[in-house]
Design a protein around this ligand. Structure first.
Ligand code: SF4
Length: 333
């Protein structure tokens, strides 16, 4: 585990040479475990309805200017089938906390995808649920669950979320998911409003304690229809530093180079990989709905069809000496 002084050093004092050395060390650690292989996850954003009102999120329930959509089960299966043909062996079903999808609906979707393609992993990213619900998803065949904790500091959490949400419940969910046997991903935004070195250090301590299989971090990017619309965005530099430090903390972690990183810098995904990330999550959602799943402003890769998108990413990754592979991309224990 790194110290708080080390974290502050890299964030504020380190010069370019020291940062390059950090990124290089992180790269080496990744290569030792995963080689120069990059795992792809096909992201299917199946609903932008959400019962919650997180202050940073573009699809929060009180954003009345957003047109809402939800995919039919058959559309979701079509996305997965198309993704399978393109070489995806993991699908991430992501959505707001949309109560129109019953637990049974989610179980059916998971079960149907796994029945059609028995060599894929299904990841769910649909928010906070009771343990019994998580268990039902797992029994239906779900392999992984992503639930960003957003911040491990109580006070900070309260500034990013409405009163009815709590860090205690978020952590309870993550521990329940681990207990059940999911590969679990947590994560946070770098540069979110009110974040400081203390809160960031608590994030790292929490990750060290939870021992997740995946950690998703990307820069905070404001959304025009949220209370944080005028807040400054997170930076490429801080995000790269945090990716590298996470990699040093656990060389086996699955760490995505996120779309938000590609949004704040044209070569953000590549620089994420060169700082220790080893996963990318291209979009498989139907193009006509992508604009409506805007968690933040300016999101890239909104117009490309799935095939175009994966070809572009394959090329870009090969240009930096890495290779996108056809694989479920499980955590290497
Ligand atoms: S961050 Fe997630 S839970 Fe919160 S409003 Fe957005 S989609 Fe809903």
């Amino acid at each position: 585990m790194i110290t708080k002084d080390e974290l502050e050093h890299y964030l504020y004092d380190a010069d370019e040479e020291q940062l390059e050395a950090l990124y290089s060390e992180a790269r080496e650690k990744t290569i030792k475990v995963y080689g120069k292989n990059i795992y792809i996850r096909g992201l299917i954003e199946f609903t932008n309805y959400c019962k919650n009102d997180c202050l940073y999120c573009g699809i929060r329930r009180s954003n009345s200017s957003l047109k809402r959509y939800r995919l039919e089960q058959s559309d979701i299966i079509d996305c997965a089938n198309e993704g399978y043909e393109l070489g995806y062996r993991t699908f991430v079903l992501q959505g707001g906390e949309d109560l129109s999808f019953s637990d049974q609906d989610i179980c059916d979707i998971v079960y149907n995808i796994k029945s059609l393609h028995n060599d894929v992993a299904v990841t769910l990213s649909i928010g906070e649920k009771e343990k019994t619900t998580y268990k039902a998803y797992f029994d239906a065949g779900a392999d992984r669950y992503l639930l960003r904790h957003e911040t491990a500091d109580e006070e900070h959490y309260a500034k990013l979320h409405p009163e009815e949400m709590s860090l205690t419940n978020r952590k309870r969910c993550l521990y329940d998911l681990r207990d059940i046997g999911f590969q679990v991903g947590c994560g946070f935004m770098v540069g979110s409003p009110y974040q400081n070195p203390d809160t960031l250090y608590q994030d790292l301590c929490f990750i060290d304690e939870l021992k997740p299989h995946m950690v998703g971090i990307g820069p905070f990017i404001s959304h025009k229809d949220t209370p944080f619309k005028d807040e400054a965005n997170g930076t490429l530099k801080s995000t790269r530093i945090l990716i590298a430090l996470l990699r040093l903390m656990n060389p086996r972690l699955l760490i995505p180079a996120t779309t938000s990183l590609a949004t704040i810098a044209p070569n953000g995904r590549e620089l994420g990989i060169l700082s220790g990330a080893n996963v990318v999550m291209p979009n498989l959602s139907p193009v006509r709905f992508r604009e409506l799943y805007a968690l933040y402003d300016g999101k890239v890769c909104m117009g490309e069809e799935a095939a175009q998108c994966i070809n572009c990413i394959r090329e870009r990754i090969s240009d930096i000496g890495y290779e996108v592979i056809v694989d479920r991309g499980d955590y290497k224990a």
